[in-house]
Design a protein around this ligand. Structure first.
Ligand SMILES: *Cc1c(COP(=O)(O)O)cnc(C)c1O
Ligand SMILES: *[C@@H]1O[C@H](CO)[C@@H](O)[C@H](O)[C@H]1NC(C)=O
Length: 547
């Protein structure tokens, strides 16, 4: 990673801001900006104060002022050139890392004139396969591949191959796939103790399940409550898919802080953030960053009181949370047995061990599911209706998912839960023994997040990376996490040993802080204006399409 990191650490935007802030000539301008901000955003700030507290509101005020300043700096020729120059360097580094153009390796930029024969195709496929980072098989990657067993992959691939031509958009042509999909939804609904009135659909993944729930609540709010400027209230720790839904579907999103000790969302603040435009609230079981299950019964009670939707994000909890009790671990209520819970998303492609591209979205009532559907009754192409985002869908994925569920069965999942959650508990106990680290809340499932008050946690993560571990970096506050999978199970002791070593190394050489992930997140945290972070992220996405 070093190339882009070095340029990253040289990025001097925050220095420019500091110069600006400290310049005596600009006091008047600063005051004008400040008054403008208070005037323009006063009411919003008061609301924020009630929900997010003083510190966060102050931080956000700083961000608003900071963005204005960056806007000013970027509009000057020298500021623009300087920032653009730095950005270009960073983005070039990213491209070299993710899309290297290696000598002697063919790049297919145009369609081949004459198609390849099977032998040539196999050779090429092998080469692309060899390109993969094989790390995941050694069990050192957080999340990503959840089962990875050869026998399991083999039978799923068989199912895949058998159904590769199918498309559930045409149920008359592929009745078997329709039946499989209905059965998947039914099995998952039962797993989440859904009442007989309940209903659901499959989707392409957790993000689509969440997008669909938010869209359903938006249309429900409009139709049944006349809400035309919908808002949703979610914990800080909710998955970014909710921000995506807000962005796609024009829903205002309000984030609520978590309790610093339990790391569950502050339900009082959550309640305060609800107003007449609120269509839904949400909680996670568990959340992605810290693996903590929110207080779902309290959230559901709030939702019931205001007659709004309550979505439980079980995308990650998927096939672990429903089996915690049976596997002999402490559990927390999370499913349709709680009266106010109106929808749940569950990713079959995570701990359900289905192939990637598979999730289930569930609703308490059929009436709610109807708001997810799309209808185009007058289309020239015929009366059109589709259940979720996609039109045509891969029946192969449904067959693969069905095969995974039927292969494992209830006892298979209980066994997997014992292994995976057991591994997480081992790792948790080990992390708690390391003086310089602290664990976020009391994780009950498969993710454990930790930070440090004395050392730079990203630095520790980078050192783990050097030892072959691929962990997940978190921010606000800085932390890293590991999501245990079946592949992690045999490596819990090794993880703790490596982690202790990395902590010791970081203690004896703390000056690594200016490099690696520490530099990236240090820089990102110091920037009040995230448009620059977005531009780097955009460079990253662009690089993915570089041939
Ligand atoms: C993985 C995940 C999602 C959705 O992610 P996809 O990558 O779209 O499947 C949503 N919420 C949580 C808590 C998750 O861990
Ligand atoms: C790391 O430091 C701790 C505490 O200082 C010590 O007990 C331990 O032996 C060290 N571990 C290694 C692997 O150096």
């Amino acid at each position: 990673m070093s190339a882009e990191i070095k340029t990253f650490s040289k990025l001097s935007i925050s220095q420019i801001i500091l110069m600006f802030i400290n310049s005596p000539h600009l006091t008047l301008l600063k005051n004008i900006i400040f008054v403008f901000v208070i005037y323009r955003y006063g009411r919003i700030l008061l609301n924020k104060l009630a929900v997010q507290g003083f510190r966060r509101t102050l931080d956000d005020l700083y961000k608003i002022v900071g963005s204005k300043i960056i806007e000013v700096v970027r509009s000057t020729p020298s500021g623009k050139a300087k920032i653009q120059g730095d950005l270009d360097k960073v983005i070039k580094g990213i491209e070299e890392k993710f899309a290297p153009k290696e000598e002697g390796i063919p790049r297919y930029i145009n369609l081949p004139d004459i198609g390849f024969d099977n032998q040539k195709l196999r050779e090429e496929l092998k080469r692309y396969e060899g390109n993969q980072d094989a790390n995941w098989e050694n069990g050192r990657v957080s999340g990503t591949v959840y089962h990875g067993g050869r026998e399991h992959s083999k039978i799923i691939s068989e199912a895949y191959a058998m159904f590769s031509n199918t498309n559930p958009l045409h149920p008359a042509v592929f009745p078997g796939v329709r039946k499989m999909e209905a059965e998947i939804v039914s099995m998952v609904l039962k797993l989440y103790n859904a009442p007989s009135s309940s209903a659901g659909t499959t989707t392409s993944g957790g993000t689509e399940s969440i997008l669909m729930a938010c869209k359903a609540y938006r249309d429900w709010g409009k139709n049944e409550k006349g809400i035309t400027e919908p808002e949703m209230v979610v914990p800080d720790t909710i998955h970014a898919a909710f921000d995506k839904a807000a962005d796609y579907f024009n829903i205002k999103i309000v984030h609520v802080p978590i309790d610093p000790v339990t790391c569950r969302v502050d339900t009082v603040a959550m309640s305060r953030a609800i107003n007449k435009n609120t269509i839904m609230i949400a909680g996670s079981a568990p959340n992605f960053p810290h693996g903590i299950i929110d207080d779902i019964p309290s959230l559901a009670a709030i939702a019931k009181k205001y007659n709004i939707g309550m979505h439980v994000d079980c995308c990650l909890g998927s096939f672990l949370v429903p089996f915690l009790e049976a596997a002999g671990f402490p559990a927390q209520p999370f499913d349709f047995r709680i009266p106010g819970v109106t929808s749940i998303s569950c990713d079959t492609h995570k701990y359900g061990f289905a192939p990637k591209g598979s999730s289930v979205i569930m609703y308490r009532t059929k009436a709610l599911r109807k708001y997810q559907y799309f209808f185009a009754p007058e289309w020239t192409g015929g009366i059109y209706a589709s259940p979720a985002m996609a039109g045509s869908r891969p029946g192969a994925l449904i067959a693969g998912c069905w095969t995974a569920l039927m292969r494992l069965g209830k006892y298979g999942y209980i066994d997997a839960t014992k292994k995976i959650v057991g591994c997480t508990k081992k790792i948790e106990a080990g992390v708690r023994k390391i003086d310089d680290l602290f664990v976020f809340g009391k994780p009950l499932v498969s993710v454990i997040a930790f930070g440090s008050n004395t050392l730079n946690i990203y630095n520790i993560g980078d050192r783990m990376n050097e030892r072959g571990w691929s962990l997940c970096s978190l921010q606000n506050p800085p932390a890293i996490h590991i999501a245990c999978t079946l592949l992690t199970v045999p490596h819990a002791e090794q993880f703790i040993k490596d982690l202790q070593d990395c902590v010791n190394e970081t203690k004896s050489d703390p000056n690594k802080n200016s490099e690696g992930t520490a530099a990236i997140y240090g820089m990102a945290a110091s920037l009040p204006d995230k448009s620059i972070v977005n531009e780097v992220a955009c460079g990253f996405l662009d690089a993915l399409y570089s041939v």
